[in-house]
Design a protein around this ligand. Sequence first.
Ligand SMILES: [Zn+2]
Length: 123
Amino acid sequence: MDIIKARPWVKLAPHFAESEFACRCCGMVMISMELISRLEKLRQYIGRPVIVSSGYRCPRHNQVVGGAVNSFHMKGLAADIYIVGYSAEKLATVAEWFGFDGLGVYRQGNFIHVDVRGYRARW
Ligand SMILES: [Zn+2]
């Protein structure tokens, strides 16, 4: 994968635009199509907008938001998502059916983290 400037007109899947996964500080993006594919399946199953609160993060931004030193967000393999009207718990329960490798539930922020790191992780 290459890191590029997100192109506002590019759709990666029917319900996901490239820009939704861009770093919030610099607009750069690198994102796994395997992650997008699983997110799109989740989106189609639920039938409601899946909002991406964090996709790719450049190292600087990852540090600013207090991300893990080896965060999968910096590798283009992770996204934090939420759905209006869904608890993080409920979203995580449904997301379990769509093959994400890493899945973290953040009850305080009411979002979940999903990734395709290549091995199973739950928190
Ligand atoms: Zn950035």
